[in-house]
Design a protein around this ligand. Structure first.
Ligand SMILES: [Zn+2]
Length: 243
């Protein structure tokens, strides 16, 4: 193979590899954002569980306050019971007291229900706290991994772009220009011709004469269909061990 053509093949390898590395690098912010969002969601679950406990405590305090008021009312009515003059008034007051006592029992039931609910919710908070702690530790570890990956990819990108520049500097200007022109349109500028005379990139069949010349001469050929710069890698001869 033409030495310059060989350089173009290496140039393409460096370019392709560099693109792959750059694409992984540019994907890192998305992956970081995804990890942050997952942790935020975990945090939101914990906050919701804590809020539920707080709401439950608020409800209980409200019922307890109402209970105190009702008990005060009952004491007041009981005091008034001693002061009534007629049987009718006495019966009416007893009814009032019964009504207040029904309300007291209803509030006591509500307080009890909130206390039971609080127990369940407190266990829930404990679970969410453990989940969040685990998720937080995992997110920190993932963050460190991604930092490491970012450093590695940056170093690799630096090495590959230096390699690409070194190779490009060794290629004659006209060939480099051709390479860049094809690369702009096709992405990949070079294409291996297969041993059955096909362009490996666009799969067009090459004319037999062109294929023969490609193998034999140093001339540079472009694929008649995709315009890519063709190269042919002679198969490594298989050494048959002699008996
Ligand atoms: Zn082609």
């Amino acid at each position: 193979m033409n030495a310059d053509l060989e350089r173009l093949v290496r140039l393409q390898q460096a370019e392709t590899e560099l693109k792959r590395v750059e694409s992984s690098r540019s994907d890192l912010p998305r992956r970081r954002a995804e990890a942050t969002a997952a942790l935020d969601a975990e945090k939101a679950r914990l906050t919701a569980a804590r809020d539920a406990v707080e709401n439950c405590q608020k409800a209980r305090r409200k019922y307890e306050g109402e209970l105190q008021d009702l008990e005060a009312k009952r004491s007041k009515y009981k005091g008034q019971l001693m002061e009534v003059k007629t049987n009718k008034e006495y019966t009416a007051m007893l009814h009032e007291i019964e009504g207040v006592e029904r309300e007291i029992r209803a509030r006591e039931d509500l307080v009890l229900a909130e206390m039971e609910k609080a127990e369940v919710l407190a266990a829930e908070v404990k679970r969410e706290e453990q989940d969040f702690k685990a998720a937080d530790e995992q997110a920190k570890a993932r963050g460190r991994e991604m930092d490491e990956e970012e450093r590695r990819l940056a170093a690799e990108a630096g090495r590959l772009s230096a390699e690409r520049d070194t190779i490009a500097a060794e290629v004659p200007a006209s060939m480099l220009e051709l390479f860049q022109r094809v690369a702009r349109v096709r992405g990949v500028a070079v294409s291996e011709a297969t041993k059955d005379a096909m362009c490996s990139q666009c799969h067009v069949k090459l004319r037999p004469q062109m294929f023969v010349d490609l193998k034999r001469t140093d001339e540079v050929f472009q694929c008649p269909q995709c315009n890519r710069i063709l190269y042919y890698e002679a198969p490594v001869p298989v050494v048959v061990p002699q008996p």
